[in-house]
Design a protein around this ligand. Sequence first.
Ligand SMILES: [Zn+2]
Length: 707
Amino acid sequence: MMSDHSLYRPLRARLRDASGLAAAAAVSVAAAACSTSAPATPASTAQTAQLPPLKVVDPSYMDTTVKACTDFNLYANGGWLKRDTIPPAYSETGVFKDMADRNELVVRSVLDEALAKAKSLPDTSTEYKLGTFYGTCMDSSAAESAGVSPIAPQLASIDSITSAAALISEAARLQMAGTNVLFRYGPSVNAHDAEHYIADFDRGGLGMPDRDYYLNPAASADSMRRAYRAHVTTMLVLGGEDSAAAARDADRVMSLETAMATAQLPRVARRDPKATDHQMAFAKLHELAPDVDWAAYLRDVGLASPVSLVNVGEPAYYKALDALVAKRPLEDWRAYLRYHALSSAAPWLSSAFVNENFAFASRFSGAKALLPRWKRCLRVTDAQLGEALGQAYVAKTFPPDAKAKAKAVIDDIRAAFRERLLRLTWMSDSTRAHALDKLAKMNEKVGYPDTWRDYTRLTVTPGAFVLNNQRAARFEWERVAQRPGQPVDKSEWGITVPTVNAYYDPSKNEMVFPAGALVPQTFDPKADDGANYGSLGASWAGHEMTHGFDDEGRHYDAQGNLRDWWTPADSRRFNAQAELDAKQYDGYIQVDTFHVNGHLTLGENIADYGGALTGYDALEHALARDGRPGRIDGFTPEQRYFIAYAQSFRVHSRPEGLRTRVKVDPHSPENWRVDGPLSDMEAFAKAFGCKPGDPMVRPRAEVPNIW
Ligand SMILES: [Zn+2]
């Protein structure tokens, strides 16, 4: 289970957002929802063949009327950007959508096979569960005729709350069914004992994607608040309230959530791991928030034995929440829970719910239409039962030699990063020794898990899909419930195999690259080194590796413990260079008056820069070792390296999505992920003959010298 305090930092986290952005961002499963649509038709290999293969470097994407030294992103991607139209159901197009489209056809064939066989399988078999989960999701007419009735018992249970104790019990039930209310609880890796899990309490419970939407005095935020209030009202009416009562209840929800938002830390402040590191005896949590029976809460969420130690991410939030639980009338809380229960179920209820949910989410994403139902159902099936379909996906897409070649590129990047660490002039030898040790011990997972998740304890039944979805959320909750105090499962994967994404987890000191990301356009075992090192090497492997040493990851040691292994002088030098980086990105205007936030995006920008530098070194080594090919498509290996790097960020976004991103996404918009790092690199200027004064050549004094 990943929540928004998770330390996973995917390269790009919008197709399947693990971080709780889902309430707003893009075309996530939560944002998408259903309307009446045609039943599933089997995906054939012919359909897969309808999508042309992707190339790691594709010259047809380029616009060579733009000078490489003026705007390299436009040079490498501008031809495609000019031609591209974003389909109505999407917030953005580009490399991630193109790869996901292809992966989704493969996954669809796996699901269609399971669906076709399900009737003849015992209901205990994993394939039955997979087929039935997907099949009940695809049944739009059942969802339409059921209306709100599948969750009527949940709503009745909320309406019967008459005490603070009952409020917390109900919140626990909702959380276990996958609804984000009041706060977030879950076992996580203990920051000071990375071999064991700890019970972790963090902030949560807002309906909009960030506290800023509640607190920002700007007119744009005010219009979002008005839209949210109207949306809450509509959802409550759909749930059965009359419109006057629903409007009053929407005010209660708004007032509660604004108070909750006020007590939460800003996103940038949370980048410092120490800001959310507050371990305490379990009894202290009772002192902090005395109006909640926390022992009862932990029993409610299935923890069999009491815990002695907990981490409270934001103590001030728990203090404030406690006061709200004690002082606000229970009818405020009932309205709040009712709205969130409806909102969380909405994507899987009748079309009135689906459309209202989508209309609100699209304010943040800019998408103009729902995704086809099969894509929405496929994505939720992957999110909930991903390891049940991962094996079949791997068999169809990822032969052992592709895995071996991807690993070889990643190993070369590791060797190049090691050389950089050895060469750094600003780092003392004692810090360097720790850094080298951390790099050597950094674990890598490539392709797919060694052992697959066991779904024996999951029940999937014919009937309302929304209930199957809640059962799957509960299954996941129960899977990890007893973890506090137990040894960490190092074999676990945080994203599913068909996902076009990757992450570095500092608490395990490991980087993870699923098979779904190790296909063209990211990587092709048959492509030239320039292409593969610029894409997989730099913007994936080098990027994730550098996260171990960015402004956040550097606070963790080789074992994953939050421990300062830097000398004070090295920390000062690192921070001074990081500030240069933040200043560089603060200067980038994204859309209208919306700027990139150089501190929110600092870790990702440092990782991009480290990746681009390291991948280049690895390419030079590979060319020296394997021989230098002639020009391909008219480009030298070095030029192809930079084009591949830029094309690995080939993305076209809607302005609504960009406005949301600069507020909540730690990744800079893609054009800056290209032009930012490359304009800091001498090797780039050399490859394209750029001169001082060209826009793609930043003055050396302003260039951060971190790696
Ligand atoms: Zn990243």
